[in-house]
Design a protein around this ligand. Sequence first.
Ligand SMILES: Nc1nc2c(ncn2[C@@H]2O[C@H](COP(=O)(O)OP(=O)(O)OP(=O)(O)O)[C@@H](O)[C@H]2O)c(=O)[nH]1
Ligand SMILES: [Mg+2]
Length: 1131
Amino acid sequence: MVLNSLDKMVQLQKNTANIRNICVLAHVDHGKTTLADCLISSNGIISSRLAGKLRYMDSREDEQVRGITMKSSAISLHYAKDNEEYLINLIDSPGHVDFSSEVSTAVRLCDGCIIVVDAVEGVCPQTQAVLRQAWLENIRPVLVINKIDRLIVELKFTPQEAYSHLKNILEQINALTGTLFTSKVLEERAERASESQGNPPSDSGEQVYDWSTGLEDTDDSHLYFSPDQGSVVFASAIDGWGFGIEHFAKIYSQKIGIKKEVLLKTLWGDYYINMKAKKIMKVDQAKGKKPLFVQLILENIWSLYDAVLKRDKEKIDKIVTSLGLKIGAREARHSDPKVQISAICSQWLPISHAVLAMVCRKLPSPLDVTPERVERLMCAGSQAFDSLPPETQALKAAFMKCGSEDTAPVIIFVSKMFAVDAKALPQNRPRPLTQEEIAQRRERARQRHAEKLAAAQGQAPSGLPSDGSTQDTSPEGEEPKGEEQQVESGTPKPAPQEENSQEAFIAFARVFSGVARRGKKIFVLGPKYSPVEFLQRVPLGFSAPLDDLPPVPHMACCTLDHLYLLMGRELQDLEEVPPGNVLGIGGLQDFVLKSATLCSLPSCPPFIPLTFEATPIVRVAVEPKHPSEMPQLVKGMKLLNQADPCVQILIQETGEHVLVTAGEVHLQRCLDDLTERFAKIQISVSEPIIPFRETITKPPKVDMVNEEIGKQQKVAVIHQTKEDQSKIPEGIQVDSDGLITMTTPNKLATLSIRAMPLPEEVTRILEENSDLIRSMEQLTSSLNEGKNAQVIDQKTQEKIWEFKGKLEQHLPGRKWRNAVDQIWSFGPRKCGPNILVNKSEHFQNSVWTGPAGKASREASKYRDVGNSLVSGFQLAALAGPMCEEPLMGVCFVLEKWDLSKFEGQGASEEQDQDLMKEGQEEGAACPGGDESQELQGGHTGPSERRTSQKGEPSLPDCYGPLSGQLIATMKEACRYALQVKPQRLMAAMYTCDIMATSDVLGRVYAVLSKREGRVLQEEMKEGTDMFIIKAVLPVAESFGFADEIRKRTSGLASPQLVFSHWEVIPSDPFWVPTTEEEYLHFGEKADSENQARKYMNAVRKRKGLYVEEKIVEHAEKQRTLSKNKRDSSEQ
Ligand SMILES: Nc1nc2c(ncn2[C@@H]2O[C@H](COP(=O)(O)OP(=O)(O)OP(=O)(O)O)[C@@H](O)[C@H]2O)c(=O)[nH]1
Ligand SMILES: [Mg+2]
């Protein structure tokens, strides 16, 4: 097929009904890019011989070297079928988990997707993930089962076995779809149920929810992949063949004389044909009969492979002639059978035809967008579509219509920004010379040649007409030599030097409505933009030029400078892009960071944010090799941030520049990009910074040698208690239960705090609801500030009470009585998985007062003091005492707080300090403070009181404002409260799925156990000799894991790591042997260092904190120990 001209594409873009925006999704290495190659070669962009080898869409060098795709990229293809011409905007996506954010950016722009599944590996973790993503975006999928050649060549299946295997895969993937569908139906049902509960049924009765509308009645047959529906293609992309069953139905209906419709229904399934009677029957009826799919399709393919692999020339010729194919002499003689196979098969069953026909038939055009999808795109979170302003709701019709008339609003969604070399942009590319220009250049060259000749012949150079040379020199090049080179290379207009080194950012986008025209002004809406706010601020019917608009937050106005047709590695300039097309937009880099909605009307809401499956977890600190290059690094990191949908760039409190990435491969790609493209400097990279969490646990019941604690003779008790005491400085009281009582340095306030471990389940609930907690916090703070509380909608309110109920349910017993009601704050950052419970009597404030809509009087009375205490708690939760990592799963209980001294002082003395005024108010409001001090602060001894009273008058001055002291004391008290409990580190864990054949299984286990991995599940993949191992692995041990596995198994197994959860490391980082058995087992120095201590010390070292290291002073043998001990006990 000939290469399509740009004009053709432009023409095709206008016929919206025949546009298909699709992406190819699959698990890593299942053959997406190879399939894309085949489709591209059908357009003549690459040669069919190279299809599958070139991997055209993998345009980055590292993609080619590693053999994996790292970004999604688009190409427009032309396909003609049944007198109809189609435009296919194809997006190839990566399958590696590290790049799953790129999948999200692709899926958003499409209406349909091709799910590719490897026939040998079957449904893999990423297959599930991408199917879910497609489902969440409401796009329709079709299926390609790829690599069927492997069933023949590698697994040596018979056609019958292959059929059962394929059937199995199909069942698996349909089971997945089924689960997605069921959960959706149930969710909708629950939603409707809650709605109908919320709003009592109206008179019309329409809103009454009919409980019978459930799963049973919902037709889901169209959702499943089924060959007889034409939504499955069986293929081998590398050999260039693929077919849907209608291809064979057509052929055999003519050959056998059975109706095509009948064949379509029976070619896939357990039916066989009785050739004599020309009847199709169920296989069950006659044992030993082969299904039609085996007999009529697979056996033919198998025999072709068989003939070619055995080099049975005669048979090959026979097959080729019977199929009516023409094989080139070169292919026919080629020594590699693969070449022959692909030459024959790609003619016989061209994969591009099978796949593109299925795409055009089964996948929707932009006109078929469902109202459901539109509403989902326009309503973020729990917002209901009906609650949007009418102007906004009106846009739904424009979406659905996808109109190209001038009145249609232009709506564009940018899903990511990608960087290209500015030189590669069409406007900077050398354009072909016109005839005239060529003639001119020739003339100039001839003149120069003549001059040279003249000079060589000894004529005076000064005799040359000077104006001639000025005529020759182009404005850009001063030196004639440079000019000459330019003429020879035929570069008419080189880009200015400065632009050469620049990266240009192109927005990867789709027009959802209206025509995008070059030079058109358009609004850029950030994710937080609210059309409601705009409509409130800007007078109705505002008609001044867009530039004169009053400033509205999260909105900007820009011009569409350049529009491009995305053609894989190339871009083509376009003047306008009609609705329903994928396009590139230049010149938005100053307006759009990663994604945005562009619209010609300000009433448009921003599209809901993309859902990213991967959590960025791997962080490294970077710095330039030469400190003077810091500005380049900062600039480069900014560019990188814009160019990658998922990377995070932070500057830590310590001043380090930190890069947070989704995994090792992603990290490597980001670093390469930084050094080679964006910063262009050498950088040094720290070891990956592994995040930990700190927590406390219940005291263990057994010791390190599994003996029950308390039963054995303690030999080193003195040693242990000494260590414990050293943690808590003097002047702080600790009771036997771990209650810490601490007084501020100015002795005016006393706090009593206890730390308790939260049950695991509660921590999980807190983590899951962090968004909810954040919105509760906002509500409470706006209430406290005296603002009128914004009305929270019914749904959020319900969610909050449900959340509270869950907490109560998981915090049972006397120990936790009323704890949930008394939760004062969450932390760190006011939304983390730790809680502060306030048990003091004279101040009742909790996180629930905000949602309940009442701010108590008391709350405002102690507000400022309370704020200081909460701040202290936040600080303590942000950095724990072990290695300054955030806390997790800890509950601090503020048992008592005593401000009476401070209050008393406030009442008696005149203080002019601002902050002291607070104290006065409080003192005045709470008379009789001294009395309460007597009662509550009983533990502060009389002597202490005397000294404090004596020194008091000058104290506030020398210690500064009370709020600061309260914060610091609260923080310290929390830290000590932690230290008296058994402290533990929590490690971030990956889940990893590894597929391995049985012969390398042992080696996989070896690597896993060396790296502290834990196997959760191992199962055999049906019909193959592959095992699927599901394991968890600490992030700390994961660096180099994938490589090691790959090396140890000679590339036969490759793991996929995804962050899953935090897990407590059971060993105590501060553990020292205390019992006789432990001594015997570990030796006095316990030199076999425990894992937790190793991690803790590594973090401490990195942060520049003090590390207590044991140095072997005297090497001693263990057996002498017991003797030593006996000696010491005798003494
Ligand atoms: N035997 C066989 N190998 C195939 C087939 N299709 C692709 N491959 C091979 O599978 C490997 C991966 O192919 P790709 O096309 O790069 O896979 P991908 O899905 O794009 O991979 P990612 O983009 O990294 O997720 C390559 O080595 C291909 O040659 C096929 O039909 N049969
Ligand atoms: Mg790929």
